[in-house]
Design a protein around this ligand. Structure first.
Ligand code: TNX
Length: 535
């Protein structure tokens, strides 16, 4: 009995010591310090050894990270191997759930997994066994066994309201990778700019990617800066980004907005609207009445042509078709739209929106892809195979899951990283008040959803709308540290979620942000920032 107690105390104190030394976000399912105390030290020339060519991506990521941040050069697959980092893909070591194990002992570091993706996650944990504050290269002997909780761990970026260059999009993807996130939702079109080259419709980018100015300050603004804002990605650049993401086991989900948020497309090709225009690429924010005409078959031809070019660029099984915030004002006045309602015996304009989405869904499905839409696609009846992104709270997600549709949770109150994270935010933001603690408290499986339907909740995602986010440093400020909290919500066991433990690791994570030289919000250090903002 005494022996057991002593053993327990030793284990506890070792555990505490380990937590002090090793700080991993998202928290691994299991982590324990080895009985034999000691550490393995990485140094220039340490071999990184793997057999399967597929593991080159994981090895490369580790090599680049250590080069960039620790000025170390690992030796890839040297002829003679001594102690080193061993990546081992072995079907017996793990299953398709992307689990991995990481063992550090005197012979070196051993990462085992049944999938390449699992190995990559092991590499991410390995990176975090290094203490970023001390810039130490010692890794204590330990064992980690780990796997993701949710299949969909996403981050979104709106590049329409403000354009971000490929170089930054790649950085953003790296931030996702470092947090074991696996989906990047790329919001490519909106009222304020069309950002993807479509060869058949060159005006989409020639005309639709540039707005003449932008409102100054918070909506409705104090004027217009009269400075053109533009930018778009060529298809070659899109391929480059998709490959960059795939090399980090991240799937890029493109979003092409329809039937609303379409001003940029309408400006390029005015025949796509109900009135024929003229239209303009919007210079202010919000929701606009001019949308794609639902009564004109040419609109469907256009959108199908766009899908024809978009689908092959993105290996993702999902294509996001928007569906949000589509006012029915123009459709109510449009003879063609009204004719469509009559012809198809639709009840109203909501059913017309549903007709629109279902027609596009058929086309997308025929290409072997699944549509994702914002929760408004529930109104007027859900398209048969649609996946729903629940943003106006969780109700849409709950409803969709009850109808046996898959769901990604992105409720505004928790998952909108365009909101302020401090009560005393002094930079311009969309508004709101979402602290890192609040993000950490989010539970993607709603209590109101019967357990039998939990399987329909694929995971969650944070959205980064960029009306007031004009540059990369501001994007970083808005996502850090909230994305670190989100990664733990999505990856780690629900039972292991513990704010006080996370808070300790977050402090280490701040040193990691410093190491990466990224911008981040320090609101968390400021006690006043937790005081609720008065409206
Ligand atoms: C709502 S979320 C929108 C976006 C805005 C965002 C600002 C959604 C589907 N639509 O168009 O940028 O609010 O927070």
């Amino acid at each position: 009995m005494k022996k057991i107690l002593v053993g327990l105390l030793v284990a506890l104190s070792l555990g505490r010591e380990l937590r002090a030394q090793v700080s991993i976000i998202p928290r691994p399912a299991e982590m324990s310090l080895s009985q034999s105390k000691g550490s393995f030290t990485l140094s220039t020339g340490t071999p990184i050894v793997y057999k399967q060519q597929g593991l080159k991506k994981s090895a490369g990521f580790l090599k680049t990270y250590l080069q960039d941040f620790y000025n170390l050069n690992l030796q890839e697959n040297p002829k003679q191997t001594s102690k080193g980092v061993y990546l081992n893909l072995d079907k017996k070591s793990g299953t398709a759930d992307n689990s991995y194990s990481l063992t550090v002992k005197k012979e070196g570091v051993f990462i085992n997994a049944g999938t390449e993706t699992g190995i990559f996650y092991g590499v991410q944990s390995l990176i975090q066994t290094l203490d970023p504050a001390k810039k130490s290269l010692d890794i204590p002997f330990l064992t980690i066994k780990d796997k993701p909780r949710f299949d969909y761990r996403g981050m979104h970026l709106d590049v329409s309201r403000h354009f971000f260059p490929v170089s930054f999009v790649k950085k953003y993807i790296d931030y996702l990778a470092l947090h074991k996130m696996n989906y990047f939702h790329w919001h490519l079109t909106d009222d304020q700019g069309w950002r993807i080259e479509i060869k058949k419709y060159p005006k989409l980018t020639e005309v639709g990617s540039v707005r003449k100015g932008t409102i100054i300050g918070h909506y409705p603004g104090t004027g217009n800066d009269n400075t053109p804002h533009g930018g778009f990605y060529t298809q070659e650049q899109i391929k480059e980004v998709v490959k960059y993401a795939a090399d980090r086991y991240i799937t890029v989900v493109p979003e092409i907005e329809m039937p609303g948020h379409a001003s940029a497309a309408l400006t390029a090709y005015p025949y796509l609207g109900c009135t024929g225009g003229p239209y303009k690429v919007q210079e202010t924010w919000g929701v606009f009445d001019d949308v794609f005409c639902a009564g004109n078959d040419k609109v469907f031809t256009f959108l199908q042509d766009v899908i024809d070019e978009v689908a092959p660029l993105f290996p993702s099984k999902y294509i996001h078709i928007g569906g949000d915030e589509c006012p029915k004002t123009s459709w109510k006045k449009c003879p063609k739209c009204q004719q469509r309602i009559k012809d198809h015996k639709l009840k109203d304009e909501h059913e017309l929106q549903s007709y629109f989405i279902q027609r596009m869904e058929k086309y997308v499905n025929a290409k072997g892809k699944t549509i994702v839409g914002w929760d408004e696609i529930l109104e007027g009846g859900l398209a048969p195979n649609a996946v729903v992104m629940s943003w106006r709270g969780e109700e849409g997600g709950i409803e969709a899951a009850k109808q046996n549709h898959y769901v990604m949770m992105t409720p505004g109150g928790y998952m909108y990283f365009d909101h302020s994270q401090s009560a005393r935010e002094d930079s311009l933001t969309f508004g709101g008040f979402t602290t890192v603690q609040k993000v950490y408290s989010y539970e993607p499986l709603p209590a109101a959803l019967p357990v039998a339907s939990h399987k329909y909740i694929l995971g969650a995602q944070a959205n980064v709308w960029t009306e007031y986010i004009t540059n990369p440093a501001k994007v970083e400020y808005q996502i850090f540290p909230r994305m670190s909290a989100l990664s733990e919500v999505l990856w780690s066991l629900k039972e292991s979620r513990d704010w006080s433990d996370f808070e300790k690791r977050l402090k280490v994570q701040f040193s990691r942000y410093d190491l990466w030289k990224v911008n981040y919000s320090r609101a968390f250090f400021d006690p006043l920032s937790t005081v609720k903002k008065e409206k």
